[in-house]
Design a protein around this ligand. Structure first.
Ligand code: BEZ
Ligand code: FE
Length: 300
């Protein structure tokens, strides 16, 4: 231990793990330290660069509070959040995508057919679909939480001009798994750039834009919860999402329509839709709870 050198320091560190370290924790930490040290060696990390990294993390700590987590944003813009999502998306299920920082608890419950347009400006959209298990059987008793930006690109919790739960709802899906609702078209927006993440994006000469999207959390008895997003196929930022949340299977067509005749009768706002509106058809596939269960997480 007294004589560690660049080739032995990682093993010296791992040798300090006591017998109470779980095998999973040992594996995760060993690989983390291995790659961290390999990275420093590979780029010949200087003291100045090390200090810069520590300064970025310190600033992330200073700006993080209950409302905003700069560490999660770092994970998002460095692709780690999406990588973990992709590693654990069950086969044949609708892919998951980033949660983002703008979800809040307490959104009002609405029945299927409910309306989120309210007093919002913007293009009207009717979203119609069904929730099924990966074996195609309909899912009963699902709840779909929806949140999105207004047409100005801001969420209700970023904009004091919007009512508290504007463009947010917990939609109770029908027993047959079918759902529909009306809303306005969400807008592209930038991830926050006033903290150290903005510094890194600037250093990389990268823009901070996300394509517009509807956020969804779908929960149903006996099924794995799904956190995901739906993106319009014509969004200009679809191929350059700052947080890498787009998946081909989450890209939806916003089809312009001038008649509401073929819309489900249960859509409350059916007769109030401004023409042309957009129709979005999207079915959701949920994995059963027993499929592809994640292993026990490492304990710290
Ligand atoms: C969002 O979609 O709300 C979001 C996701 C990641 C970072 C910032 C915002
Ligand atoms: Fe978002």
């Amino acid at each position: 231990m007294r004589t560690v050198d660049p080739t032995t320091i990682k093993d010296a560190l791992m040798d300090t793990c006591g017998p109470g370290t779980s095998p999973r924790t040992r594996l995760v930490l060993e690989r983390l330290v291995h790659h961290l040290h390999a990275f420093a060696k590979e780029v010949d990390l200087s003291h100045e660069e090390w200090r810069l990294g520590i300064d970025l993390l310190t600033r992330a700590g200073e700006i993080t509070d209950r409302e905003r987590n700069e560490f999660v944003l770092f994970s998002d813009v460095l692709g780690l959040s999406s990588l973990v999502d992709m590693l654990h998306s069950p086969k044949d299920a609708t892919p998951s995508s980033v949660l983002g920082p703008f979800h809040i608890l307490g959104a009002p419950e609405i029945p299927s057919g409910g309306d989120l347009i309210g007093d919002n400006e913007g293009d009207h959209v009717a979203v119609i679909g069904a929730i099924r298990s990966t074996d195609r059987s309909p899912v009963a008793g699902a709840v779909m939480e929806i949140w999105q930006t207004a047409a100005n690109g801001l969420y209700s919790n970023q904009d004091t001009d919007q009512p508290e739960y504007n463009l947010r709802a917990r939609l109770k899906v029908g027993e047959d798994g079918r759902f529909c609702f009306t809303t306005v078209r969400p807008a592209p927006y930038t991830v926050p750039t006033d903290g150290p993440v903005g510094t890194v994006l600037g250093a990389m000469d990268r823009h901070p834009w996300r394509p517009s999207h509807l956020h969804l959390i779908v929960e149903a008895p006996g099924h794995r919860s799904l956190v995901t997003e739906l993106f319009p196929s014509d969004d200009p930022y679809l191929d350059e999402d700052a947080v890498y949340g787009v998946r081909e299977a989450l890209v939806t067509e916003y089809v312009p329509r001038t008649s509401t005749e073929d819309l489900p009768a249960e859509l409350e706002a059916r007769e109030r839709l401004a023409l042309p509106y957009f129709r979005v058809d999207f079915d959701i596939s949920l994995a059963r709870e027993t499929e592809d269960q994640p292993r026990e997480a490492s304990r710290i």
